[in-house]
Design a protein around this ligand. Sequence first.
Ligand code: 3BY
Ligand code: FES
Ligand code: FE
Length: 411
Amino acid sequence: MIDLKRVSRLLEARVPGYSFPQEFYTDSEIFEFDVEAIHARCWFFVGLEAELPVPGSYLATTIGRSSIVVVRDDNGELRAFYNTCRHRGAQICESGYGRKSRLVCPYHQWTYRLDGSLQGAGRMQESFDRKSIHLLPLHVEAVAGTIYVCLAEEPPPFVEFREKVGPMMAPSRLTDVKLAYEATLVERANWKLVMENANECYHCAVGHASLTSSAYPFATRRDIDSWRPIADEFAARMAAAGVATGQAPGEPLNAVAGEWWRAHRFPLKAGCSSLTMNGKPSVSKLLCEPEIGWFRWSLNPHAYLHALCDYVVTFSAMPTAARETVVTWKIFVHKDAQEGVDYTLEGLTTLWAKTNQEDKDLSELNQRGVNGKGYRPGPYSQEAEPMLIRYADWYCAEAQKYLDLAANHKA
Ligand code: 3BY
Ligand code: FES
Ligand code: FE
C-alpha cells in the first residue's frame, strides 16, 4: 500500500520553480506512486503504424509495470490489450514485433483471436465458459501514422491532440516509413531526471556539440532572438506551402500545446536540411522536401519525437525502478529506402546515438549528485528551462489529481 498521506506531504514540500525534493528521484514508494498516478493514467506513444503493416501484425511493449500488446485485427483495425493471459496471467507475446494469426499463450496454449476473444483452451471443465473470456482491452488511438495507448479506464481527452497535431504531422508523411534502427539504453536515473533533461536545452551548447551544429540554439530568449528573422521567414514560407508550424509571428519557439503534449515545426541552421553530423540528409530517398525543417512533438510524461525530411526518430523513457529508466529509441526511413543503397546505418544513427548517450550520461550524473546528503532542490532557470518548469508543474498537477481522486474515493 502506498502511503498517500506521505506522498501528499512530500508534494506540499515541493517549491514551484525548484527541482523536486530528493524522494521524488530516489524513493521506491514515490516510484510506485508514479506508476499508478502517472503511467497508468496518461496517453503513451507506442510506435508507428508502419510497425503493424498487415492483419496479425503485433507490437508488444511495456507501459509502467504493464506489458501491453497492440495488434492489427482481421479487419485492419488497431486494437490494444494487456499482454496478460486470462488463465493464470502469463505474458503472452514477448516484447517486440511479429505477425501471428492468433495470440497463443506460451504457458498452457490458451489461444486468442486478434479481437482478444478466447478461441481455445484445452482440457478445461464443462462448466468453463470460453465465451466470457477476453483479453482486457485498452484505449488505442492512431493519428497520421502514429499510435498511442492509455491504460486508464477513462483516458484524458485525446481529440484536441488529434485535431491540432494530426494536420501538423501530415506533411512529414509518417505513414510512408519503415523501421530502420532500434536501440535501448538502460539509464541509472529516475525517469523524472531523464525527462527533465529532455525538456531543456540549457545543456545543449556544451552537452551536444554535434546536435547543435545543425540546430539553432534555443536554450534562452537571447538565443532565440538571434534567429527570430529566420524563424519568421520559415513560418511564412511554410504557411504559403500550407504547412502548419505552430508558430505565432515573432515567437519562434511558440508551440501548439495542450495539457500533456506540444508540437512545433521550426527551421534548421542555414545550409542544413536535416539533423545529422553534417546537416545533410542521411537518406537519399526523402520523406518530404528538404525545406520542411524540423517537426518535433512531445508527450508528457515520456516521449520526444522528431521528423526531418529524411528520417523520423522516436525517444521513449519508461521507468523500471526508482533509479532506473529504460530509454527506447527508433529511427524510421522512407519505406522504399534500402540500406547500403540509399543510406548507411552509420550515417543514419551517429548523431542520435551520440546525443542519446550524452543525455544518458547527464541524467546519470544528475542522479549521482541527487542521491547524496548534499542535495537540496535548486532553482530552475526561467530563461533557459521554461519547458522544464512546465513539465515539473504538470507532474505535480497530475499527482495532485490522483491524490484528490483517491481522497474522494475514500470519503
Ligand atoms: O536535448 C536533447 O537531447 C533533445 C534535443 C532537443 C530537445 N531534446 C529532447
Ligand atoms: Fe496462459 Fe496458462 S497462463 S495458458
Ligand atoms: Fe539533451
